[in-house]
Design a protein around this ligand. Structure first.
Ligand code: NAD
Length: 477
């Protein structure tokens, strides 16, 4: 039987971008075995030498930045201006990881009563990385760089929708001289991911993707509590707008639009629920709508550049349209509907749905350009609405004052809580992750160092130094 193939396509044109074999069980075995074989020497390589490889990777990516950004744009449909920032994040990850590694998992020693106390960290071994399609380079890279730095070997299974970006990134590592076997790519969809996640030869899994897949992985890991499992998942993120001064309405509308529609809503931190003060909702909505109607939706290389591209494929567009249809059918009002711009293509218009009166408002992630408005009478109700979710990734307040923000901060159950900034603005040198259905308390970014190595505490003396102070007879019995 011929081996099944994986293909990826340009969402804007339908052109084939990549084609290659789906990794079957034997290919997954081989990738894990290669990583296992490469791990001991890499773990024993001095940190400076590992850092040197990371720095060469940084240089290779810098040199290939234009081609890399163009490929991400073609495979995801994201505008070129945005994919250039993604490549810049890949480059920046090296420095951030080196700093975080030193600060969080470096070596420390002290002395207590003449005894040295030393804290060192060890790599886990072979870590698998499962990536999503929305940031097909930056997000897997956000696991790979700190994991390699800590001395681990990697088996990467990228999203089946973005295999070309992963292959490009692996070539960059090869060009940087990363020793053979330390980064192995297996291409395929959920079945390949399941086979890798369940493989006896891995020591852990670093995942970025949906809550549904994350929960499935958590179940799959139920019998292997000794393996590290870091889950970065989605959100149903609230953005509260409160007591905004007249002069700030335009800036507020810009923050709302960025929060809801950046990357065509395909960011885990995008605002999904816009919580508005009922008495001021009409005016705020008018400003947002004015901006929505000016947003350019287009292809990655268009001139002028679009604000946002298509969603990843037609299946995603169909799911989103069905989700919005449900909101509207159950009593919501489409202030701006979710429409396909071009028949048969996944370009969608940004949707703004007043869901205050929707009878069915599922607590799920609509991963696209859909923002639900929920009007509330007072700030208590706003806080209650913000927390009315099983997710906990990002939350935000626009307007108000320090005291109001402090109330949101205290009440919020989210890992990113912003004030007068978009919900999807996250500092790259801060920890990044959520609670609830959004994560399992293993945040990434600056804290990724923590899940890439385990601590070993030692008490050390140069010569045996021992005595029994209590409980000894003075003479032998
Ligand atoms: P997804 O969960 O469908 O897929 C993620 C990866 O898991 C892919 O490589 C996929 O092939 C693999 N996979 C799917 N089913 C699997 C299974 N049963 N076992 C093992 N592997 C499996 O996610 P997606 O649609 O590619 O990405 C979008 C999602 O990712 C959104 O929910 C978004 O919020 C989330 N996301 C989270 C973060 C974060 O840092 N918290 C960042 C970006 C995206």
């Amino acid at each position: 039987m011929p081996q099944p193939e994986l293909l990826s396509f340009d969402p804007c044109t339908g052109d084939e971008i990549w084609r290659g074999p789906v990794a079957d069980a034997a290919a997954v075995d081989a990738a894990v075995a290669a990583a296992r074989a490469a791990f001991p020497a890499w773990a024993a390589t001095p940190l400076d030498a590992r850092i040197a490889v990371l720095r060469r990777f940084q240089e290779v990516v810098r040199g290939a930045a234009d081609d890399f950004a163009a490929l991400i744009a073609r495979e995801t449909g994201k505008p070129l201006w945005e994919t250039k920032t993604e490549v810049a994040s890949v480059v920046a990850k090296v420095d951030i990881s080196i700093t975080a590694h030193a600060e969080r998992t470096g070596e420390r020693s002290g002395e207590v009563a003449g005894i040295r106390q030393v804290l060192r960290h060890k790599p886990h071994g072979v870590l698998s990385v499962l990536g999503p399609y929305n940031f097909p380079a930056h997000l897997p890279n956000g696991h790979i760089v700190p994991a390699l730095l800590a001395g681990n070997a990697i088996v990467l299974k990228p999203s089946e929708l973005t295999p070309a970006v992963a292959a490009f990134m692996a070539d960059c590592w090869r060009a940087a001289g990363l020793p053979e076997g330390l980064l192995n790519v297996v291409q395929g969809a959920g079945d390949t991911g399941r086979a890798l996640a369940g493989h006896d030869g891995i020591d852990g899994l670093l995942f970025t993707g949906s809550a549904t897949t994350g929960a499935a992985l958590h179940r799959q890991f139920a019998d292997t509590p000794h393996k590290i499992l870091a889950l970065e998942m989605g959100g149903n993120n609230p953005l509260i707008v409160w007591d905004v001064a007249e002069a700030d309405l335009a800036a507020t509308a810009a923050l709302i639009v960025q929060s809801g529609y950046l990357s065509a809503g395909q960011r885990c931190t995008c605002a999904r629920r816009l919580i508005l003060q009922d008495s001021k909702a009409v005016e705020m909505i008018a400003h947002v709508v004015e901006l929505i109607d000016r947003l350019i939706v287009g292809a990655p290389f268009d001139d002028p550049q679009p604000f946002m591209g298509p969603v990843i494929d037609n299946a995603a567009a169909d799911r989103l349209i069905a989700g919005v249809d449900k909101l509207v059918a159950s009593g919501g009002h489409a202030i701006r509907p979710l429409k396909r711009l071009v028949e048969g293509k996944p370009f969608l218009t940004p949707a703004l749905i007043d869901a205050t009166t929707s009878l069915e408002r599922p607590d799920s992630e609509l991963f696209g350009p859909v923002l639900q408005v929920i009007r509330v009478p007072d700030f208590e109700a706003a806080l209650a609405e913000a927390n009315d979710t099983r997710f906990g990734l990002s939350a935000g307040l626009i307007g108000g004052d320090q005291a109001l923000y402090d109330r949101l901060w205290a009440a919020s159950r989210a890992g990113v809580v912003n004030w007068n900034r978009p919900t999807n603005g996250a500092a790259s040198n801060a920890p990044f992750g959520g609670i609830g259905l959004s994560g399992n308390h293993r945040p990434s970014a600056y804290y990724a160092a923590d899940y890439c190595a385990w601590p070993v505490a030692s008490l050390e003396a140069d010569a045996p130094a021992g005595s029994i102070a209590t409980g000894l007879r003075s003479d032998p019995a």
